[in-house]
Write a protein that binds this ligand. Structure first.
Ligand code: NDP
Length: 330
């Protein structure tokens, strides 16, 4: 069947500037970490991607190693892109990353110029693309001078293989250093991709103020704490969940009776707001002006639709925020 995108695709979604840049991202972007690997049915993956596009999601987030096996997500995404969305390349923001183990040997991982540039070439080949919109250093590498890693990002831009660059999971201090190095090289750091959820607040004290100062945008990953903040694990591990499929996930000892009780309390707040817990959790991460987008790791269309509907209620009263902190903050 030939895909015809919906004419209405830009009416429901809202778009937020990425830091002090001219680029805007949809409030929700689709992440392809676990939902596009060899366990995914290609027809379902295609339907998910195209439904996301029809709902106004213009940003798809990948990395060299998404799968499993590593590379599989980029390959499948590239096939769908070429078959169905080739005419819409200029409506899309596609990101990839390098820095985690990808191929054997010392150049298959970490922060060297050798790894980053070879990995980007491989990603472009798998996705059948000439360039990505955003290329990330996936993590800080203490064994590589930061200048070398930033120089590799700058080279990707100069070579026309990336339009923008970003950092993932860098500390506030390293983010500041990295942004200064990139500036010296004539390239701006567009965006930072950290983990963030009601149960994981590490970015609040230092990173968010740093991003504000530097004019860097923030797109958060695991806003549902990998599914815990949907309530789906309250009665054990559902057989069709990511956790049951043995995918890289939160550790078993993360589901304690204390966490389950906290989630129960949070669900009650969501219910009073007329939202599901997933919807409240997603709306909550968007409340900072620096957070332009939240990455959704939906495995099926029903989750995608439920999650995007969070946009109909993103306001929180001071009392609600305090109550959320009471149950969700360490
Ligand atoms: P989430 O915290 O949103 O968790 C996603 C999981 O939650 C899915 O596996 C799905 O479970 C479940 N889920 C989502 N919506 C619903 C719903 N409405 N009802 C029930 N269950 C739901 O995000 P991820 O951890 O997946 O991260 C999102 C994206 O962020 C990734 O795809 C990737 O692009 C990026 N990321 C980046 C990292 C980095 O280092 N930069 C690290 C991790 C992620 P199920 O599969 O069981 O159906």
């Amino acid at each position: 069947d030939i895909y015809q995108p919906l004419d209405s695709r830009y009416t429901a979604m809202s778009y937020h500037p990425v830091g002090r840049s001219g680029l805007k991202l949809p409030r929700f972007s689709l992440g392809l970490w676990h939902n596009f690997g060899q366990n995914a049915n290609p027809a379902d993956a295609r339907a998910l991607l195209l439904r996301a596009f029809d709902l106004g999601i213009t940003h798809f987030d990948l990395a060299n190693n998404y799968g499993p096996p590593p590379g599989a997500a980029e390959r499948l995404f590239g096939e769908i892109l070429h078959a169905d969305l080739a005419a819409h390349r200029d409506e899309l923001i596609i990101s990839t990353k390098a820095g985690y183990p990808m191929w054997p040997g010392p150049y298959g991982t970490d922060g060297s110029r050798k790894h980053l540039l070879a990995s980007l070439d491989q990603s472009l080949e798998r996705m059948q693309l000439d360039y990505v919109d955003i290329f990330y250093s996936h993590r800080f590498d203490p064994d590589t001078p930061l200048e070398e890693t930033m120089d590799a990002l700058a080279t990707a831009v100069q070579q026309g293989k990336a339009l923008y660059v970003g950092l993932s999971s860098y500390s506030a201090r390293k983010t500041r250093e990295a942004a200064a190095l990139l500036r010296q090289m004539g390239v701006r750091c567009l965006i930072h991709q950290p983990s963030y959820s009601m149960l994981n607040r590490w970015i609040e004290p230092e990173l968010l103020p740093t991003l504000q100062d530097e004019g860097i945008g923030c797109i958060v990953f695991s806003p549902l704490a990998q599914g815990l903040l949907t309530g789906k694990y309250q009665q054990g591990i559902p057989s069709d969940s990511r956790k049951a499929k043995g995918a890289a996930s939160f550790r078993d000892n993360y589901i304690t009776s204390e966490t389950l009780e906290r989630i129960q309390k949070l669900s009650a707040i969501a219910e009073r707001r007329g939202q599901s817990l997933a919807q409240m959790s997603l709306a909550w991460v968007l409340r900072h002006p620096q957070v332009c987008s939240a990455l959704i790791g939906a495995s099926r269309i029903s989750q995608l639709e439920e999650n995007i509907a969070a946009l109909s209620n993103t306001q929180f009263s001071a009392e609600e925020l305090a109550e959320i902190d009471l149950w969700a903050k360490d």
